[in-house]
Design a protein around this ligand. Sequence first.
Ligand code: BES
Ligand code: MN
Ligand code: MN
Length: 459
Amino acid sequence: MLDKALTHAAENRETFLDQLVEFLRIPSVSTLPEHQPDVERAAQWLAANMAAAGIKNVQVLPTAGHPIVYGDWLDAGSNAPTVLVYGHYDVQPADPLDLWDTAPFEPTIRDGEIYARGASDDKGQAFLHVKAVESMLAANGSLPVNVKFLFEGEEEIGSKHLEPFVLSQKELLAADSVVISDSRILSADQPSIVYALRGLTYMELHVSGPGKDLHSGVYGGSIHNPAQALAEIIASLHDDNGSISIPGFYDKVRDLSEEERDALAQVPYPIEQWQKETGFDTPWGETEFTILERVSARPTCEVNGIWGGFQGEGGKTVIPARAGAKISMRLVADQDPDEIAELFTKHIERIAPTTVNVEVHTLSTGWGAITPIDAPEMHAAAKAYEATWGVPPVFTREGGSIPIVAVFQRELNAPVVLMGFGLDDNIHSPNEHFRLENYYRGIDTVIHYFHLLAQPAVA
Ligand code: BES
Ligand code: MN
Ligand code: MN
C-alpha cells in the first residue's frame, strides 16, 4: 500500500510540479483589496484540484473575509484516526518588486528551486498534502486514515475569520490530531520538527502634535516634535541588554527547564548559519540566552514600520504634524496576547510625554503554542521524516506565528504536528523559493506519516 503510493508520487512528479506552478501563478495576496478576486480564484482553483484528486465533499465556504476551502475523505472507518490538515493559500505582498530576479507570480525554476511568492509560505507546503492524498487514493483507492482538509485565505492577515469558523464548526473539524506544513526544517540534510511557535500582539502607535506641518526654523525649539516623541517612546521599550522594559511583560513567561535548554543547545544552529541567513555579522539581544533561544523561546518587541516627516530625497525643514509606528511583540507560553496589549497600552500611557497626543491601537493578537514532544503523533512524524530523509529529525522551537494553532489545540483538543518542509526560503522577502526536492520529499513524508498514524503500535 505504502510502496504503491510512493511509486505513484515518484511517477507523477512532473504533473505535481506543473500544478504547483499553476497555483503559484495566482497572486492571492490577502492584505491587498485589489487582489480580492485573485484570492477567490486561488480558493476555487485549489478546491477544483482537491476534487480531481479524489477528495470528497469539497466546498469553498465564504466568510466575511476570504473564503475557507474544506474537503474530506472519511471512508477509513471509525477505528482509523482522523487527521485535520491545515494550510493557507494566501500569500504576502510581493513588494519590493525591483528586488526580484524573476517576477513573483511567474514561477521560475533555477538550481532545483521554484521561485515565486508563496512557493514555500505556504502554497507549496499546503499543496503537497493534496498530492500525497491523491497518490494514496490513485494507488490504492483508499487512505489508511480519515482526512479533513482546511485551507484558509487569511493566515497572513491574522486568521480573523477562521477562529469563529473553528468555534462554530467543531463537529465538522473534529479530529484526533492536526498536521500543518507551514514551517521549515533545520537544513537540507537535517529535518526538524517544530514543537513550539510564538504568539503575537501587534500594535500601532499614532503620535500627533501641531495642527499642521510646521517650519522647523520658525517653530523648532518651542514644540515637542512628534517624530522625536515617537523615538523617545520606542526607546523606552527595551533596556541596554535588549530586554523589554514594559512592566509585567515577563510575569507569565514560563521559564525554560534546564532539560529543555540542554536539548536546544544540541540543535545545530551555528552562528555562521545565522550570519548567512540574516546577511549580517553581529548578533544583538539578551546576552544570557543563546541565539536559538532568543529567536524562538524568548518573547520580543520589534518595530515593524515607522513613519513621519519628510521621506523624499534632499532636505525639507519641517516639524511633522504626525508620526507613527507599527510594533509587534512575539510571545511565548504562558503570555496572554490580550493582556500583553493592555500592558503595552498602559506603559505607553504612563511614559508618553504630555506635550504630544498619543494613540495606541491593537491590530491583531494570537497565542503561542507548544506540542508535547512525547505525543504519539510526534513519534509517528519523527519516523516519517526518518523514512524519507534517512536521519531522525531534531526537535526545535520556531519564532514565527501561526495563530490558529492554539485555537485548534484549545477547541479541538487535538495535538498539532508542525511538519514543515521549508528551508531558508526568503519567505515574506523578495525571491521566495521552495526546494523541489523538499516538495517531493514532503509528499513522501506525508504518505509515510499517514500510514504510521494508522498503526497504533507506532502512533
Ligand atoms: N508560515 C509563517 C510562520 C512561520 C514562519 C512559522 C517560519 C515557522 C517558521 C506564517 O505564514 C506567518 O508568516 N505568520 C505570521 C503571522 C501573523 C501575520 C499573524 C508571522 O509569523 O508573522
Ligand atoms: Mn505561512
Ligand atoms: Mn507567512
